[in-house]
Design a protein around this ligand. Structure first.
Ligand SMILES: Cc1cc2nc3c(=O)[nH]c(=O)nc-3n(C[C@H](O)[C@H](O)[C@H](O)COP(=O)(O)O)c2cc1C
Length: 222
C-alpha cells in the first residue's frame, strides 16, 4: 500500500496559512475561522502591599498556553517582593510606573504574534529605557537543541532588534491542543501526516520556573 507522503513542518504551516486565508475569503464563515476564547491570565499581584518596584508581564497568546506561562512567571516574580501586573499585550494602554517589562509571545507561521510586535512598536521609546526580558513559546522548541534554538532565534529576531535594553531571552516549547484552535485549523492540523503538528504539551515547567527565578537578578530588581 502506498504510504502517505511526508511533508515538512514548514510546507505544512504554509499550507495551513493559505487554507485559513482561503477559508476566510471564500466564506467558509466566521465560525470556522474563529479561535475559542481561553481563560484570562490577567492579574495584579501584591498590588495592596506597596512594594518598591512594579513589573509588567505582557503576553501575546492565541490559544492560552503562552498566557499560562506568563501567569506562572508573574507569580514567581512576585515572590521576590515586587508588584506584578500580568496583561495581554493589546490591553496595555500606557507604560507608566513600571520598573521592568517581561514580554512573552507565541510563535505562529515563523513569526511572533502581531499583538506583541505591535506592543513593541507602540512602546518602543519606553521599552528602550527599561530593563526588559523576552520569552517565546513554540513548537520549534519541542526539543531544546542547538538547531532548534537557531531556528527559533530567527523567528523572534525582528522583536529582539526592537529591544535594545533586553537583559534576558528564553525560548520555550509550546503546546498544541486541537480543542483550542478554530474548527478550520483543527481540521487541517488533524490531517497533518508529518506528526509535526500533533497534539502535545512541550512546555518544560522546570525550565520556565528556573528562568522566572533568574529574572529579579537579570532585571536588577534586587
Ligand atoms: C497554525 C499554527 C502555526 C504554528 N506555527 C508555528 C511556528 O511557525 N513555529 C513554532 O515554533 N510554533 C508554531 N506553532 C505552535 C504554537 O506556537 C504553539 O503551539 C504555542 O504554544 C501556541 O501558543 P498559544 O497557546 O499561546 O497561542 C503553530 C501553531 C499553529 C496552530
Amino acid at each position: 500500500m502506498e504510504q502517505p507522503k511526508k511533508i515538512s513542518r514548514r510546507s505544512f504551516i504554509k499550507g495551513v496559512a493559505i487554507l485559513t486565508v482561503a477559508g476566510a475569503v471564500t466564506g467558509t464563515g466566521v465560525w470556522a475561522t474563529s479561535t475559542p476564547a481561553y481563560p484570562s491570565a490577567d492579574t495584579n499581584i501584591n498590588q495592596e502591599k506597596n512594594m518598591d518596584k512594579k513589573i509588567l508581564v505582557a503576553y501575546a497568546s492565541k490559544c492560552g498556553s503562552t498566557a499560562e506561562v506568563a501567569k506562572t512567571i508573574g507569580q514567581l516574580l512576585s515572590e521576590s517582593g515586587v508588584e506584578v501586573e500580568v496583561r495581554a499585550a493589546h490591553e496595555v494602554r500606557k507604560m507608566e510606573d513600571y520598573d521592568a517589562v517581561v514580554m512573552g509571545t507565541a510563535i505562529r507561521m515563523g513569526r511572533p504574534l502581531g499583538e506583541m510586535t505591535n506592543f513593541a512598536k507602540k512602546f518602543n521609546k519606553d521599552l528602550a529605557k527599561l530593563p526588559t526580558a523576552l520569552f517565546s513559546v513554540g513548537l520549534s522548541m519541542k526539543e531544546d537543541t542547538a538547531e532548534n534554538r537557531a531556528e527559533t532565534a530567527k523567528f523572534i529576531a525582528p522583536l529582539v532588534e526592537q529591544l535594545p535594553s533586553k537583559k534576558s531571552t528564553a525560548m520555550f516549547g509550546g503546546k498544541v491542543d486541537y480543542k483550542t484552535l478554530s474548527p478550520l485549523l483543527s481540521f487541517m492540523l488533524s490531517k497533518d501526516t508529518s506528526g509535526e503538528m500533533a497534539e502535545g504539551d512541550y512546555r518544560d515547567w522546570n525550565t520556565i520556573n528556573a528562568w522566572a527565578n533568574s529574572l529579579p537578578a537579570e532585571l536588577g530588581l534586587g
